[in-house]
Design a protein around this ligand. Structure first.
Ligand code: KG4
Length: 341
């Protein structure tokens, strides 16, 4: 079965053609990072205009690369929520248009559910239930995933998302946008002394055991005060990045441990742009060994970020269940309960 996946929820324009939900025949992605970089964050209006400029070329390239004739497509899947409305609209219009012209069914996809499905594109087949951990520019959330469209949230952020905190701290340090890769690079070059203690306070240390929460605004403020009272040298920036990154990931680990202890589920699937971070990957792998967890995350970094292949992959599962959407489906900035007919 051949599916098209269309992803335009934020600042990546992506089209993929995927066979049987797991084999990528073509994955085209245009990242708008350079366009938003001067503004140190995503500008919604610029994002939607850029999607509009790129999307048709990406579609043509994907068909060309996959060598699949358009009439061979079985379904068209598209992210309909959550995301920036102007951005979602561009993908949605393309999907409606393809469905109308090719007379093929439409499958609407939840962006967060799609992220957690990305590992399937690397031939990792995971049975339900599992713990889903989503760490990106817009989300720091933990779910119990009971089925493809059945995710129960157990922990969320009360302020910044993890990627957002990386971006904001990078901004405080005058590093480039997006901050995640810059902070990671700086942190890698710092060699702490053997007895060096964390320089930023423990996060959410007062929270009772059964509460699973992310919060990064306090850590961000600590970094801001630290910068104010110390000299900003290259080594000092590296030191700040190292300690910020470690403290931020301490909270990820702490929340995963809590969720495992509360639910007894030992299968963890992680996804989202922050999973590109090598230190985080290593820490999660070490935690998995220590706690005897079955851990999955996309090896390929393109599958960590927003991409059309994860949309087509989840689209396959939903289409197989016989769930399709009408051409007048609605997009939404927030997660929908369900938009299936
Ligand atoms: O999932 P994603 O590509 O898209 C959105 O959520 O929009 O995530 C982007 C986020 C950005 O905040 C970026 O700074 C962060 O992921 N990120 C990283 C790294 N690479 C990207 N954070 C930490 N370390 C990285 N290597």
């Amino acid at each position: 079965m051949i599916g098209i996946g269309i992803e335009t929820s934020c600042d990546e324009t992506s089209i993929a053609i995927v066979e049987n939900g797991s084999t990528i025949l073509s994955l085209k992605l245009f990242s708008q990072i350079k366009i938003h970089s001067p503004y140190k964050g995503v500008v919604p209006e610029i994002a939607s205009r850029s999607h509009l400029e790129k999307i048709n070329h990406l579609l043509e390239e994907a068909f060309f690369e996959s060598n699949i004739p358009k009439e061979k497509v079985d379904y068209i899947s598209v992210t309909d929520s959550p995301g920036l409305i102007g951005s979602l609209m561009i993908g949605a219009q393309l999907a409606r248009c393809l469905s109308f012209v090719l007379k093929k069914p439409l499958v609407c996809i939840d962006h967060l559910e799609a992220h957690l499905n990305a590992v399937k594109l690397e031939n990792k087949f995971i049975t339900f239930p599992y713990i889903g951990v989503l760490l990106s520019g817009g989300n720091s959330s933990i779910f119990i995933v009971n089925d493809y469209q059945d995710m129960q949230i157990v922990g969320d952020t009360i302020d910044d998302a993890l990627g957002e905190a990386f971006d904001k701290v990078a901004n405080l340090l005058d590093l480039q946008y997006p901050g995640g890769p810059e902070i990671e690079k700086m942190a890698k070059n710092y060699i702490p002394s053997v007895s060096e203690k964390p320089i930023f306070p423990k996060l959410l240390k007062e929270l009772p055991n059964e509460k699973i929460r992310f919060s990064y605004s306090g850590l961000k403020t600590s970094v801001m005060y630290y910068i104010k009272k110390t000299q900003v040298t290259e080594t000092n920036i590296q030191k700040i990045c190292y300690h910020f990154q470690n403290s931020a990931f301490d909270l990820v680990e702490k929340n995963i441990i809590k969720t495992v202890n509360l639910t007894g589920i030992k299968k963890i699937v992680c996804a989202g742009g922050v999973l590109a971070n090598e230190t985080l990957r290593k820490r999660l792998q070490e935690l998995a060994i220590k706690m005897n967890l079955n851990l999955f995350f996309p090896e390929s970094k393109i599958l960590c970020t927003d991409n059309g292949a994860m949309v087509a992959s989840l689209g396959y599962e939903i289409f197989k269940m016989g769930k399709i959407n009408s051409i007048d489906f609605k997009i939404s900035p927030r997660r929908k309960e369900s938009n299936i007919l």
